[in-house]
Design a binder for this molecule. Sequence first.
Ligand SMILES: Cc1cc2nc3c(=O)[nH]c(=O)nc-3n(C[C@H](O)[C@H](O)[C@H](O)COP(=O)(O)OP(=O)(O)OC[C@H]3O[C@@H](n4cnc5c(N)ncnc54)[C@H](O)[C@@H]3O)c2cc1C
Length: 423
Amino acid sequence: MTAFNRRQFLKLAGATSLVAAMPRSLSAATPLSNRVVIIGGGFAGATAAKYLKHWDNTIDVTLVEPNATHYACILSNLVITGAISMNRINLSYDGLRNRGVKIVQALATAIDPVGSKVGLSNGTTLDYEHLILAPGIDFINPNPAGAERLYDPNLTPHAWKAGPQTTLLKNQLAAMPDGGVFVMNVPKAPYRCPPGPYERACIIAAYLKRKKRRSKIIVLDANPDIVAEPHTFGTAFSQTYAVTLEYHANVGITQVNSSLKTIDTTIGALSADVLNMIPNQKAGQIVFDAGVVNDPTGRWATVDPLTYGSTVYENIYVIGDSQATAQPKSGHMANSQAKVCVDSITRAFVGETSDPQPTTNSACFSPITETEASWSTAVYQYDPTTHSMKRVEDSFGEAAEPSSENYEHMFHWADNIFADSFR
Ligand SMILES: Cc1cc2nc3c(=O)[nH]c(=O)nc-3n(C[C@H](O)[C@H](O)[C@H](O)COP(=O)(O)OP(=O)(O)OC[C@H]3O[C@@H](n4cnc5c(N)ncnc54)[C@H](O)[C@@H]3O)c2cc1C
């Protein structure tokens, strides 16, 4: 992807567009129009598109997304073990179309924050008054400089974006011989879906126990301890899957060779039959291209949690996994943030200020066995003293133990979040 040359735009741009590009703190009251462009049709972008139309049908909403449908990561671990089909997580954009959202099937390839324009892969350009960036995550190559090409996700899939990667990992697992070794890692936090890698480890262990009893799964965690639901996953690893699963905390990965399926780590070199390498993560590339990645790690976009407005440009917002509010990177949270952002934009259209006390929430259901699931939940509330979202401690917790009832609730919860975001 190529960024517009900002210096050229500054030369060419008139006074109006310069105002649009001004840092938030310097800009004067900017006249508001109702043209909103959203980049990315995942949980954050689809929810934003839906609720803009739902709360004010006169707003002109365009959603830019390269894929014809969205494969949800939620429940996708169950596709890998064959418990559900890809179809179960395939979400249509027809619900948004029916609400009057214009869907452009293309990739956003450049942003001109000065002229308020988005360049698309189909050669066209879109103008915006407000731009919502919701492209999810991209991956950081796990190999050191010079060895980048030894890592190839088409050979050692991450399956951390649902779609062809999910199918590839499913096929590799099915083809693995009995007695084979499945090696996977947990990336360094913050990463997409804190319980997700541990959940995957559990249900792959369950699959191996049933289908390939001589096989084992090795889990290499870059973090000092289990990041989410420590009681649930700790018990599953040490008891339910004590024979099938080997868990190592605090493991650094120094090099991956995807053709050989080998991995060099701080606890030694390993050879895998299936290598599920999930690289460390950063904001989607287009957020970098827009020039709004500015958190201390250089990976995520800092935003005002009252609006999800970027701290760099007044009319660019970042929601979902790409932003840096330190709330969990989950689909449920992306849905919640989209509503806060859209509430703020629709209030501004009628001259109202943003909600001064927004709350957001996140829930995750994790299958632990082939018939039982656990859950975790947290609510976040705006703290005016630190100008940040703070976890409400009483709201934070995990299921006492996995149950078949939770397994059933998991599908209802998923269908609700699918419908609330996409229909
Ligand atoms: C295995 C797994 C299990 C999970 N389970 C749960 C769960 O139980 N509960 C939960 O809440 N969350 C779960 N998650 C996390 C959840 O899927 C993500 O946090 C969520 O998808 C983030 O939403 P998003 O909109 O930011 O990104 P995404 O949903 O990834 O959407 C980003 C969209 O942007 C598009 N895009 C990217 N770049 C561009 C561009 N340049 N132009 C146009 N479009 C672009 C992409 O095609 C994509 O459709 C899970 C994740 C994984 C991997």
